[in-house]
Design a protein around this ligand. Sequence first.
Ligand code: NAD
Length: 496
Amino acid sequence: MATVMSNLLPEVDAFLEKSLQRPLVGGKELEAADGRTFETHDPGSGDVLATVPAMGAKEIDAAVKAAQQAFDKSGWATLPPNERGAKLHRFADEVERRLNIIAQIEALDAGKIEAHAQGDVANFVATIRYFAEVAQHVSRRNILAVKGHEAWTMRHPWGPCGFIFPWNFPMLLIGWGIAPALAAGNTVVIKPAEDTPLSAIYLSHLAKEIDLPDGLINVVTGYGDTAGAAVSQHPGLRRMSFTGSPEVGRLVAEACGRNLVPAKLELGGKGAAVVFEDVDIAETAAKLVGAITFHTGQVCCDATRWLVHKKIYNKFVDECVKRLKQVKVGYQLEGSTQMGPVVNEKQRERVLRYLANGVKEGAKMILEGGRADVPGKDGHYVKPALLEGSLENVAAREEIFGPVAFLAKFEREEEAIAMVNNTDYGLANSVWSTDLGRCARVAEQMRAGNSWINAHNVFPHGVPYGGIGKSGLGGGVNSVETLFDYWRSVSVVRPL
Ligand code: NAD
């Protein structure tokens, strides 16, 4: 459909040529029965990329039925773990072979810098491989030593599992979500965000092309309050995983609660970075500037509150301002761009509104952000910004989801920990110091799912990831913990 750019890969051009991007459900292309569609845009140029079916309850029901049918009949659920692992490795290999194609589609759809989109697809591949491997080495039958009884537990896959994803890391999050579910023997229904449906649609076609069973991976597209709501309310799904805002997370959890479907929630954050006086100022500033500008700050676990020891505060701020001023804002597929657009105009307005309201509530603007213009592109660009002031300020309390950091000073370690923990969120924080004993101490006391030392945004496979409080429920993502979520357990007992 689109004639977006001339330097796209031929496969991407061919993909975008389709007049309607239909995802696969039960191995067949599906569109909305009432013919409704929506458009997805390139956030960097505003151009229409594709037209996509706007599905509703009827199509979601068809997808759940297809997933149930594949669970019951395709043999996926009962395959020996090593054979399922081999099929998942093939899936990972085939995604890897198309890494540049998928990454370009993702970069266009999500406004991501191409190299970052390539990193996301590589992460998807690594996640599938990790779970394909791990699942083979977990015993599903466990003997229990119980006096006077023969007893054991047996783990079974649940059946069709639902997934609702946000727009900031579509491919990467699809991997984090579905890899453990598939490796455990389940089938999946994926609802990508309406802003970024294309990589999921591509994936559903690839699954068919490489002969994964029809109905194993079903993708449904549409708006949140229709398609998303229908997924979260469907009683035929055995598990639900939602990644997105706390507001919608609550709705999804309520709907799942009514059906008694277990729900895993990965929600927003308001992470802190605690910077002690003994750090290398230039290096730490460079890393935090890198974190807050990465994907234009649209990162749930970002360091958005920078708590800096008062001895180095002024120097640290100067260093950050200098570096942030040098960040090149531009179109995401231009090689020299360091920070691309935000996903849509609503998101840009949100960032600008928080800056204005933060200042209205008394925050000082250390580096003025605001709209950025990129010549020749009608995209949603903003400049990075730094605010300072009371942590009670709205811009310090609420998730902005843009390249905005809020600075505050501290003097004592306990004071810094209290400042970090004074939030309803609990996703990820970092601590920066050359004293590793102090780092470990602080890291363990920060109240959140994840603490990082001398780094921010670190996700090695095998380390559980997830949030608490307003940041989520369930956690364990990317590790063996979440694999267990995708098996139900039956206890078997015989009195002796
Ligand atoms: P969002 O909550 O608006 O949308 C997320 C998904 O939910 C989309 O697919 C949307 O269509 C769907 N949805 C919307 N209304 C719905 C409803 N009533 N019922 C069911 N589904 C519905 O979030 P967003 O704006 O796409 O993403 C940004 C948010 O996601 C931020 O808060 C961010 O922190 C969070 N996030 C969290 C993680 C994590 O791992 N914790 C990762 C990425 C993003």
